[in-house]
Structure formats: C-alpha cells, structure tokens
Design a protein around this ligand. Structure first.
Ligand code: ASP
Length: 592
C-alpha cells in the first residue's frame, strides 16, 4: 500500500521517519501562519502541521481543506515541542510535518458535524449512517462488536462447537412474533418465512448428530417496536446434545464472564453467577429480569398487614391478593412530592395506590399509621428490617399487580439513589419459567418461551389437570435489569411435543403442516438436547454503556422498522409484483 501506516498508529518510535498517511480531515485550524490538520482514520487521529516557508505547495493545498475531505499527506514525524503533548491520544507525543498534501476527494458541507460528539437528530444520523459511523464513538462500538463476535467464535470453537449456517428463506417457526414472509416466484401462492430464530434447524442439527452447534445468527420478528427491540437482530444461537440446564449454563457462564473481563474494564459482580427461579425473581425483585447490582428486595407482609383494620390491606388479602413492601434505606427524608411521584409510578404499573411510612427516631410519618396498632407497625418494620432513617413502601393488590408495581419502584429507587454502577455486570440465570401463560388479549393459553420446551418431568401429570402450574425447563440469562438470553431443554419425544401443540390449541392440520417435519425427525433417534440464544446487540450495548441497541448495530432500522439510508421498505415495480402473482389491495402503500 502507498500509505506507510494508519493515522492513529504513528508513535514516538517513528520520530524521524518519512510517512505517507491517508485519511479524513477531522479539523483544520490556522494558527499564526501554520496550518494544523487533524487527520483521522479508523485507528484514530494524528496532528499534521503545514509550514508555508518550508512547504509552500502543501500549504496552499492545506488552505483549501474542509472537514471530511479525504487527503494524502507526505511528511516527517517529529516530536511535539515540550509542553504541547496530548496524553489523551495515542499519537499525542508526535506530529507530522507535511511536505506534500494531495486531495483525494472533497466532501460536500456536512449535514451534521462528524468531529464533535454533539447531539444530532436520529433521523439525520440514520439517513447519513456512513457519516455517523465515522464519529469516534460509533467507530468504537462497531469495532467492539467485532471483538465480541471474534471472542465468541474463538471460544465456541475451542469448546467443541461447530458453526452451522441455517437458511434465511425458511418456514414459520413460532417465537411469539409475526413472520416476515417472502413470496415464491417458482411456487405461486407459496411463501417462505424469514426465521424468527433458527430454532428448528438447530434442533434438527442435534438429530443429525452434530452434538454442539452454534451460529451468530440473524433473526427476524415482525413485531410492533418496543424500546430496545429491533425487527432484525443478531443472536449467538447454540444447541447441545445430552445436556441438562447446568451444562448449558457452564458454557454461557465461562463465555460471558471471560468476554466481560477480557474486553472491558467491567467487573463481573458475582461468580459463580446466581441461579434464581422465576418464582423467586418475581416475588423478591418483582421482575423476571432483575437487576442484581443491588439487593433492595421485596418482602411479603400479607400475614401482618391482612390482620389489621386497614381496609386497603385487609381487603386485598381477603380477596386473594397480597401485601408486600420494600425498605428503602436512608430515604426517610424523601419529600411528599417525591413520594407522590413514586405513587404515580406504582399506579402506572396497575396499583391502586402506594402506602408509605418514613421512619424516624420518634413517631413515623406515614400514610396508614393511624389504622394500625403500635404492635402491628413494629411487626411490619421488623419483617422489613426497617429502622429510623428508612422509607417503607407497601402495595396491596393481586399478586401480579404487586410484583409489577414494586418491581418498577425498585428499579426507579435504585436509579434515584444511584445504587448501581455501570462498572458492574450482575450476570445471573433465571430458571424454572412457567411453561404456559394466558395471552393478555385473547385470554388463550400460550407458551411463555416457545413450544419446543421440555416441561419438568415431575410436572408432566399437571398437563392434564393444572396446565398453568407446569414448569418449563426454560431459563434466561439476565444482567443489570435486562434479559440477555432465553433457552431451554427441548422436548425430544414426539408424543409430548404433540400433546403440547394440542394444548396450545393447534389443529391437527396445523401441527402436520407446520411441524410434521420435526415431529417426524424426533421418531428417528433424536438425542435429548437443549440450548440458548444470547442476544448480541443488547450485550454489546451493555458492554459499551449504550442504552439504545441502535448505537451498536452498524446499519440499524429506525423505531418504525425503516432503513432511512437505503429507503427500505419501499414500493416495487408493477412487473415484479406480477411475476410473484401478487396484486395489491387497498390501502395502497404510500411511497415516501
Ligand atoms: N430460539 C430461542 C430464542 O430465540 C432461543 C432458544 O430457545 O435457544 O429465544
């Protein structure tokens, strides 16, 4: 190559060398007759100095430079004058004295500054993603993503996994979202579905005897976009034969502990990672993805509160609900306004209200004290392990409402009290999820993980009697309040799989047409198997302290699933539709 090294790689050892650099003009300044150019490439910045007396032609070229011009610089590496070093950049001890500058390509005026880390409207950033990606923060994120993927591939290879590609043009596999469909030209009226995950292929790879499969796989789910979800995302998909949950955990724990500690300066908070059942997570933290960087646990006080004359407590318990509370250490000084805000938050999560008490050395300030005897109050404080200086928050309602509202409050309080640090990663496994849940909208029985999940053997009889109590051999990986992976041990017997499909209300025709192939495969010696699929977008985002996964996806879609740079999705030519035997019905798509 013509260039001798990358801009960001020039070091003090190179002093005295003549170099050729190629890169982008990050900034250009005129200082007392000398022109200073910061030249940038993926590796970083280097300071170039152009002196009119020693390099007249180069000076003239430099005078015409603007931001983001692509230039070639020939020059000599010199040590910076004492006192003008910049320890914040790798090239901070040196500067390059240019004797020739050539513009390789100019740039139009920029839609937003690339050199400064200023807030820019996301629409604009996504429309000019190639400029956005030049910004150092985004460059860093993309490179980190690469490092994570590389670490994973090396680790999985060493652990005996084989990377197997699976089709993108596939058939529907249920993961709880809508399918993206692709019409077939060769088979009029038939459609492929893009994989919501390679779930069935990876299971079939186990039937094929591959033993340990992995893939850094793209998944497609046509869902209404919620924060931090994308219609197209990337997961580390893995599957193993002859395993129990702990065997899957061992791989994940070693991989993600090592990855966190090797690629970041973050600390893995608890080793080995805690294993918490779904039930405990919901009861103690009010969430199936608890943030375990802090404790702040929820405590049941139904027996004490239900026996008081306070109708809110008593009534909730009498109608089958619960009363639970949180002790917020040192928060007795919260103002009425702060408490009202918490109360609003509890209401958003479905609670009718929030009972509270601020404990002092004397009489507590409280919303319910007058309804309780002193003995009842002190029983409450001691159950909650609360003392002077603490704030106590209680919710009385149906168990699901109490979990949701106190879980919300727990997270909000941790934020306000700054209980969690981004330097910590509290990885954990949540286990023993329920197999079924009721769909909120239709009221129908549906799966919580996916229909290929094995129930606990001892719960199999409940399939006929009390389906909602059947536990699945399903597990999640969580960290810092986010779900990062879901997985399970699979059903490998056709009879159990069939029964689960039936309980889900799938007709025999649907079972046959959607799943006949996998049920059939299970009849040819399917090994017991299980796996998991960590979502890599969110994991990378956590590792680089980004809240939004779009910051770590090189070319993301916006919140409305559009690629603003490429203009996708977009209308197509009428003859393309005709070839596909597709006729559009109203409403016709609007081209933007
Ligand atoms: N296919 C599942 C998912 O995408 C993961 C698994 O069960 O392994 O969530």
């Amino acid at each position: 190559m013509k260039r001798t090294m990358m801009c960001g790689e020039v070091r003090a050892e190179d002093v005295g060398r003549t170099v050729v650099l190629q890169g982008w003009v990050h900034s250009v300044r005129d200082h007392g007759g000398l022109i200073f150019v910061d030249l940038r490439d993926r590796a970083g910045l280097v300071q170039v100095i152009v002196n009119p007396t020693t390099a007249a032609e180069a000076f003239e070229a430099a005078s015409g430079l603007h931001d983001e011009y692509v230039v070639e610089v020939h020059g000599k590496v010199e040590r910076r004058p004492a006192g003008s070093e910049n320890p914040r950049v790798g090239t901070g001890e040196i500067e390059v004295h240019a004797d020739r500058i050539e513009v390789l390509n100019p740039s139009l005026p920029l839609p937003f500054p690339v050199a400064e880390d200023v807030p820019v409207d996301e629409r604009l950033r996504l429309q000019y993603r190639y400029l956005d990606l030049r910004r150092p923060r985004l460059t860093r994120n993309v490179v980190m993503r690469h490092r994570v993927f590389k670490y994973i591939r090396d680790f999985m290879d060493a652990a005996g996994f084989v990377e197997i590609e699976t089709p993108i043009l596939a058939n529907p596999t249920p993961e709880g979202a809508r399918d993206f469909l692709v019409p077939s030209r060769l088979h009029p009226g038939c459609f492929y579905a893009l994989p919501q995950s390679p779930q069935q292929y990876k299971q079939l790879s186990m039937v094929a005897g591959m033993d340990r499969y992995f893939q850094i796989a793209r998944c497609f789910r046509d869902e209404d976009l919620r924060a931090n979800r994308a219609v197209e995302f990337t997961q580390l998909d893995l599957e193993m034969s002859f395993v129990e949950p702990e065997d899957v955990f061992a791989v994940c724990e070693e991989l993600f502990t090592g990855l966190t500690e090797t690629l970041t300066d973050k600390r893995v908070l608890t080793k080995p990672w805690p294993r918490i059942t779904w039930q405990t997570a919901m009861d103690r933290y009010g969430s199936d993805k608890p943030d375990l960087r802090y404790e702040l646990s929820i405590v049941d006080v139904s027996d004490i509160a239900g026996a008081t004359d306070f109708q809110v407590f008593r009534g909730a318990v009498e109608s089958g609900g619960v009363v639970r509370g949180l002790r917020v250490p040192g928060a007795a000084g919260f103002t009425r306004r702060q408490i009202d805000e918490l109360s609003e938050l509890a209401k958003v999560a479905g609670a009718r209200g929030l009972a509270w008490a601020a404990l002092t050395d004397g009489e507590p300030r409280s919303s319910f004290g007058r309804f309780l005897t002193e003995g009842q109050q002190s029983a409450l404080w001691s159950r909650l392990e609360a003392g002077p200086g603490d704030l106590v928050l209680l919710v009385a309602d149906a168990v699901s409402v109490v979990r949701a509202s106190l879980g919300r409050l727990r997270a909000e309080l941790a934020r306000r009290l700054e209980l969690a640090s981004n330097k910590d990663v509290a990885w954990a496994f949540v286990t023993e999820f329920p197999w079924f849940e009721r769909d909120e909208v239709s009221g129908r029985l549906t799966f919580m993980h996916h229909p290929f999940t094995m129930p606990y053997e001892e719960d199999l009889p409940l399939l006929d009697t009390d389906t909602l109590r059947v536990r699945a051999k399903a597990y999640d990986i969580v960290a810092n309040g986010e779900e990062h992976a879901s997985g399970s041990i699979r059903v490998h017997r056709a009879d159990i799989q069939n029964k689960l499909f039936e309980l889900l209300g799938y007709s025999p025709e649907r079972i046959e047409s959607n799943f006949g192939h996998i049920l059939n495969a299970f009849r040819y010696g399917a090994p017991p198997h299980g796996g998991i699929a960590p979502g890599l977008d969110r994991i990378v985002a956590m590792l680089v302290d980004e809240d939004n996964i779009r910051e770590v996806i090189p070319f993301p879609k916006n919140q409305s699933a559009q690629d603003l740079m490429m203009g996708a999705p977009g209308p197509v030519q009428a003859d393309q539709l005709e070839e596909l035997y597709i006729r559009l019905v109203e409403p016709a798509p609007v081209s933007s």
